[in-house]
Ligand binder design. Structure first.
Ligand code: B16
Ligand code: MG
Length: 210
């Protein structure tokens, strides 16, 4: 194995609380019911697909232009909230694992559905750290489609079978398996039976990678 591809939200940094606040603000504005359980279904899902899930509770149909306006509204709120992120928001064990893997010669990449990946990496001080970044800006199919990870492996110049994918979303684990990667499930996806490994503590990655 030569590479590691990390999902961003829920793996490197937890932005789901910020996604929640932004979707909630949009839903309240429209008088649509929204709660944390619905927010959990948005993990790893693209912005427009997330909007469709939020609109399941709407009392009327929305035209395509209205949907774009709602997604833009949510993203503007979300981007304002992202400005509060700092390197202290990097999740426990992540820095040690990234440094440990790099010392062992692994190539490291990000594989995220988020179009806000460059801004998030900048705020948490990891801009320029990864050998490759594949994100919502370079894909046409969202997870569980493997495109984002296949592109990450290509950016690293490695075959998919030689890369691990680390994910917190079941849709992300499905994407990893569909692409032929070895998957490691963390956080919300921990215990997901389709994953090759499940870990409770991020540092366990250093045991798996040897
Ligand atoms: P954006 P990940 C995903 O990031 C989030 O988990 C998901 O909730 C979000 O809708 C998606 O990015 C798109 O984000 O609106 O910023 O483009 O987990 O794939 O790193
Ligand atoms: Mg995630």
């Amino acid at each position: 194995m030569k590479g590691f591809i990390f999902d961003l939200d829920g793996v490197i940094v937890s932005t789901d609380g910020l996604h929640y606040l932004a979707w909630k603000q949009m839903a309240d504005k429209e008088g649509i019911y929204f709660d944390e359980e619905i927010n959990n279904r948005l993990r790893g899902v693209s912005r427009m697909a997330s909007l469709e899930i939020v609109l399941e509770r709407a009392s009327r149909q929305y035209a395509e232009e209205e949907k774009v306006a709602l997604a833009t509204y949510k993203n503007d709120v979300y981007r304002e909230l992202l400005k509060n992120l700092t390197p202290k928001d990097i999740l426990p064990g992540v820095t040690e694992v990234l440094e440990g893997l790099r010392a062992r010669g692994y190539k490291l990449a990000i594989g995220s559905s988020s179009k806000n990946t460059p801004a998030i990496l900048k705020y948490i001080g990891l801009e320029g750290f990864f050998d490759a970044v594949s994100d919502g800006n370079n894909i046409t199919h969202s997870k569980p489609d493997p495109e984002v990870f296949i592109k990450a492996a290509a950016f690293l110049d490695l075959p998919c079978e030689q890369c691990y994918v680390v994910e917190d979303a079941k849709a992300g684990v499905d994407a990893g398996k569909a692409g032929g990667f070895i998957t490691i499930a963390v956080g919300d996806a921990c215990g997901y039976e389709k994953s090759d490994y499940s870990i409770r503590h991020f540092e366990e990655i250093l045991t798996i990678a040897k």
